[in-house]
Design a protein around this ligand. Sequence first.
Ligand code: SF4
Length: 365
Amino acid sequence: MPERNLQSTLNSVCDNGTSTRADVEFLLAQGDRDSTRRIMHAADEVRSRYVGDGIVLRGIIEFSNYCRNTCAYCGLNTFNTNLARYRMTREQILESVGNIAEAGIKTVVLQSGEDRDLDPFWLAQVIEDIKDKFDMAVTLSVGEWSEDDYRLWRQAGGDRYLLKIETTNPTLYGLLHPGMSFEDRLRCLGDLKSLGYQTGSGSIVGLRNQTCGDLARDIVFFKEQDFDMLGIGPFIPHHRTPLADEPQGDLGLTLRTLSLARILTKDTHLPATTAVGVAGSGDAVRSALAAGANVVMLNFTPPAYKRFYEIYPGKDDSAHSSGQIIKEIETIAHTLGRYVSLSRADSLKQRNENMLQKQTLVREN
Ligand code: SF4
């Protein structure tokens, strides 16, 4: 069998459709700086070709930190009784959405733990209010619910939904998520897609007992599922979880995972996640953007609540204004030869599918 070579394997992965999971696994395992740089460079070219140079901004509001689950990596897990819990009111949410609109951003992400006291009809009303008052895409990220609840929120105007698979290794998934099931997760993702949500998923990189083979399977799963968005970030230990003493996920491996997800999925929206910023030094967000990412999330949770939404420690709870943060991102964009985009940035997959359909119709006539 010929010896695998980084450049030929990278070419094969970039060359649509000829790659195998083994190729992706091989590339993920190349931990030296030069290999990481070359994989990132290839991903950046794919990003430029399929997504363009805009760095899209989204505003996120973490409106409730109640959660019934016990995910082993998450500081919001229900056993963390040291955490003060909050749930924002409808008025507080609308005020925060107003701040996002004022900053010129056209997408709001409403995120919470899996808050079982959250009334689905209340959330539907919040979505309707946002749609009435603002010209804004609404993304939900509130966990696993019934198909009827997902339908209710879709009919209220929900455009997008984020539900990370975290890992496609069912054994690892079971260990990390006591009381939850991998099949339920897949069922939820299937429901969301069939209801017409622009659907996002994603994974954690650097968990104990997670191999490059597992990460390669994640990336191939993302490609097969054709998700509209993917959030990929490193594992960061939280002191009030069972994984408190585990080492943090490796930033280089996270960047290679992000890059290979870009190369395989082409036109998916990929954020430079907050976790990447926490795990790396000051320019980790820049590195993620250079590795294929095209989205940055800005946190508009009111300062009084922000520090209590601690999935992992180290999240930015500074009082920097959105204007200051947007300026910082503009500076980063400038150094990368790119620009900040305030567009809605709907799914590129749906747009490209529509274009293909139109081209086919024109040809047929
Ligand atoms: S990851 Fe989500 S579902 Fe799991 S404990 Fe944290 S907030 Fe709850």
